[in-house]
Design a protein around this ligand. Structure first.
Ligand code: ADP
Ligand code: MG
Length: 341
């Protein structure tokens, strides 16, 4: 199956206290898709903690034991995009039928449904159909279902039906085991004290851990040098240092429009439709707070408006943040995405 990445298996997934429940639930589901009470299985946790790896491993394991099962892995973002395309091309039925024919659906990063009410509606129906037919649903998310903002209540309540299992940051021992396994798989040899040093100092998530190791190796190969502890220390300094990229107003606009599923042109237009006005005001607010662009230029950018409009927009957004919990969650969500870029 082209959507599944063969590199993510149970075999190369290191088990630790941080992921034990999620891993064993995942394994149970893979052995008996649709046949356990873990339906849906929701795997949640922070960035780079192995959610995608584990979710993919479930799909690969099903395919290995039951090659006839139809398994689809799709990121929530891609699903949303496909939905928008199917609206445009008048192929909604094909879109829905495709997903409803699956035996196992793995949807990654469902927090990205936030604000996308139309896509949530469609997924709600697909979910119900699959669940009623005893098909397996696997979801990942950056938050527990109860903390997911911007998702419809009826969809959230479905997400809580099965089992929610969290993934935590691995402890030192698990981090070292992950590095060793990865090195072994890639035929790499790093001195023990270097591995220990990397695992000791990079403790946010697994992706950074692997990134540090890859970067160490790349630099060593380029410089034709053996990596000893001192070299690792000096190289890692650069890796840990955060490069703060500048956020552009274009990027803000793109992100906000994607988030609320509104066309970019509309935000710059004169329309006073509620959802467009909201996207425009949030974009202005973010541009004021995250770029060095002047109020005058921000106004000009969003359809030739003057600076008082920008001030009014920022005031409106601030008021709503104070009074409307759902709105506040939207803005925080978008801000988080901005910072990740
Ligand atoms: P997430 O989806 O939670 O952001 P990923 O699944 O993309 O995280 O994991 C990031 C990287 O870390 C991947 O390369 C993955 O293979 C690796 N990884 C995470 N957890 C483990 C683990 N327990 N064992 C082995 N590799 C892991
Ligand atoms: Mg992921």
């Amino acid at each position: 199956d082209p959507q599944l990445n063969q590199n993510y298996t149970f075999d190369n997934f290191i088990e630790g206290d941080c992921n034990r429940l999620a891993r064993s639930a995942g394994y149970a589901v893979a052995s008996k898709p649709g046949g356990t009470s873990f339906n849906p299985l929701m795997i949640y946790g922070g960035v780079g903690l192995g959610k995608t790896h584990l979710a993919q491993a479930i799909g690969n394991e099903v395919k290995r034991n039951m090659p006839d099962k139809l398994v689809i892995y799709v990121s929530c973002e891609k699903f949303c995009q496909q939905f928008v395309d199917s609206l445009k091309n008048n192929t909604i039925n094909d879109f829905v039928n495709f997903y409803q024919a699956m035996d196992v659906i793995i949807m990654d990063d469902v927090h990205n449904f936030a604000g996308k009410d139309k896509t949530q509606d469609i997924f709600f129906h697909i979910f119900n159909h699959l669940h009623q037919s005893g098909k397996q649903i696997i979801l990942t998310s950056d938050k527990a279902p109860k903390d997911l903002a911007g998702l419809e209540e009826r969809l959230l309540s479905r997400f809580k039906w099965g089992l929610s299992a969290d993934m935590q940051v691995p402890d030192l021992e698990t981090r070292m085991a992950i590095l060793k396994k990865k090195m072994y798989a890639d035929g790499i040899d790093l001195p023990y004290e270097v591995v220990e040093y990397v695992a000791n100092n990079i403790d946010n998530n697994v992706r950074e851990l692997e990134g540090a190791m890859v970067s160490l190796l790349a630099q060593a190969t380029l410089n034709k040098k053996e990596i000893d502890l001192n070299l690792a220390k000096s190289m890692l300094k650069n890796f840990i240092k955060n490069s703060h990229k500048e956020i552009s107003i274009d990027y803000i606009q793109k992100l906000v429009c994607e988030y609320f599923e509104v066309p970019v042109e509309m935000v710059k237009s004169k329309t006073r439709k509620r959802e467009i006005v909201q996207a425009r005001q949030i974009s202005m607010y973010l541009a004021k707070n995250h770029t060095k662009t002047s109020l005058k230029s921000i106004g000009a950018f969003f359809g030739g408006r003057d600076h008082s409009t920008v001030i009014y927009a920022c005031q409106t957004v601030e008021d709503l943040i104070d009074t409307d919990k759902k709105f506040k969650a939207y803005v925080q969500d978008i801000q988080k995405k901005l910072k990740m870029s």
